[in-house]
Design a binder for this molecule. Structure first.
Ligand code: AHR
Length: 321
């Protein structure tokens, strides 16, 4: 009987959630969030949305900013494990190299939910679920739009990739390549990483303009809007008119790209919602309650926006996060 009672209370602790050491007696669900950093406007919006989602749900959310470094994320996860949190949200900067630390979380019985990026692992049991978009689809939608837009004319494209080794950089490249492979006239002539930042992308664009020649670039495809903003600056400084001389398509749908589209400097963006933490916290809360494993992938929606709605979208979104 004593054994049975012990087993029941251990199970209740594992499912029911709040480790009292972590919550300081508040009874709140305590969740650690290992965030990549603040390399883009989108990421800052995601962090702010996460704070709000936690507040609305009465969750004690502990955010650790990794400054774009995987080793900082691994340290943060270990610190969350030591604190005995109820769950961990992880936005993984790169796709590989997570197995060891995720195994440590699993051994400590702490579920991990991936946010906005996927990982590569042979053992999917190392995380509970992933809340992300279909990043291949995002790239494909950007490519499909461009193929339609150029209507058969020759179109050399500069591609600004995201962080090397990150799932969106890999998948958005794949999707775009698949879409433009159907059109012999659209060719990626330069593809380089701008690390998802404006400043790095501006440098890459400046060097592409120099080596290819200003008039030889038909379009820029950037894996995020912030890099496109940097590219737009470089194109303007080279005397070009982005949005007219050079077509642009990027991903995220942040307010600044809507402003650029409304001003005629950009042509298209594919939306990635920053509302990732809310569904993740809901999954975690439900799992802690009933112990039923959620679907391995919770897909967020994807939508293409064009200049016709840009001014209204900018007004709607500019103070949202
Ligand atoms: O993982 C999502 C990507 O990361 C966003 O598109 C980009 O802006 C961010 O830095």
């Amino acid at each position: 009987m004593r054994h049975l009672l012990l087993a029941v209370s251990v199970a209740a602790l594992a499912l029911g959630g709040c480790d009292k050491a972590a919550d300081g007696g508040s009874g709140k669900m305590v969740v650690g969030f290992s965030q990549i950093g603040s390399e883009s406007g989108w990421r800052t919006a995601e962090t702010n949305a996460a704070r709000k989602a936690a507040e609305q749900r009465g969750v004690d959310l502990r955010i650790s900013d990794a400054q774009q470094r995987q080793e900082n994320q691994i340290k943060a996860i270990r610190a969350f494990i030591a604190q005995g949190v109820d769950g961990i949200l992880l936005a993984p900067v790169v796709a590989t190299g997570w197995d060891q630390v995720l195994r440590e979380a699993k051994t400590a019985n702490i579920p991990v939910i991936l946010l906005d990026r996927q990982i590569e692992t042979q053992d999917p049991s190392l995380y509970l679920s992933a809340v992300t978009s279909d990043q291949v689809l995002e790239g494909r939608m950007a490519g499909d739009w461009l193929v339609k837009e150029v209507k058969g004319r020759d179109c050399p494209v500069v591609e600004l990739q995201g962080t090397v080794g990150s799932s969106p950089a890999i998948a958005r490249k794949k999707g775009f390549d698949e879409a433009v492979a159907r059109a012999s006239d659209v060719k990626v002539v330069r593809s380089q990483s701008g690390d998802f930042t404006r400043s790095k992308a501006k440098e890459v664009m400046e060097s592409a303009i120099k080596s290819l020649g200003a008039t030889k670039i038909c379009a820029v495809y950037a894996h995020n809007d912030d890099m496109m903003i940097g590219a737009i600056q470089a194109l303007k400084e080279a005397g070009l008119k982005p949005g007219k001389d050079v077509l642009t398509v990027s991903i995220d749908a942040v307010p600044d790209i809507f402003k650029a589209m409304a001003d005629g400097d950009a042509n298209a963006t594919v939306e990635l919602t920053p509302e990732m933490a809310a569904p993740a916290l809901d999954l975690l809360g439900a799992y802690k309650k009933d112990g039923k494993a959620p679907p391995k992938w919770q897909q967020t929606p994807t939508k293409l926006y064009l200049p016709d709605t840009a001014a209204a979208e900018y007004e709607r979104r500019k103070d949202q996060y």
